[in-house]
Design a protein around this ligand. Structure first.
Ligand code: RTP
Ligand code: MG
Length: 145
């Protein structure tokens, strides 16, 4: 962050392959910018198994891990680093609950994800869950930042 204000943080947003495929990248960026957060870095890329194993280290070995990796490699991902006051919590709030069916209307997932059964992973966006996760994930997806 370019300021000493400790409430100014960065977080990693991913528009997942379902979001990119459905043409929702601009909608996600629009909501981020409308909220007042700043774009720091943006890149469209194809994830590799190694990158995803590090990104989702906490989920390696869970029953949904391999389907999640297959889904995350099903098309390009828009990786976005954003900055703002309390942006880690703030973007989680914009994204809504993990399960799109239960996510509140008005959130990205609540408005656009209709996940059920094996599609629960298709929830449009990822957002880091803590400042520590954000630092780790931004270093992974944007090694030059
Ligand atoms: P994210 O990391 O993508 O922002 O989502 P999250 O914190 O809300 O959810 P998390 O528990 O970290 O799970 C990561 C992603 O894995 C998929 N998932 N599938 N039971 C399942 O089949 C299941 N649980 C999670 C979702 O794509 C979730 O966002
Ligand atoms: Mg998570």
């Amino acid at each position: 962050p370019e300021t000493n204000d400790p409430t100014v943080e960065r977080t990693l947003v991913l528009v997942k392959p379902d979001g990119v495929r459905r043409g929702l990248s601009g909608e996600v960026l629009r909501r981020v910018e409308a909220k007042g957060y700043t774009l720091v870095a943006v890149e469209l890329l194809d994830a590799t198994p190694g990158l995803l194993a590090e990104h989702y280290a906490e989920h390696v070995g869970k029953e949904f891990y391999q389907p999640l990796v297959d889904f995350m490699m099903s098309g390009p991902i828009l990786a976005v680093a954003i900055e703002g006051q309390r942006v880690v919590e703030g973007f989680r709030s914009l994204a809504g609950a993990t399960d799109g069916t239960l996510a509140s209307p008005g959130t990205i997932r609540g408005d656009f994800a209709r996940s059920w059964g094996s599609k629960v992973m298709q929830n449009i966006v990822h957002g880091s869950d803590s400042p520590e996760s954000a630092a780790r994930e931004i270093a992974l997806w944007f090694p030059k930042l």
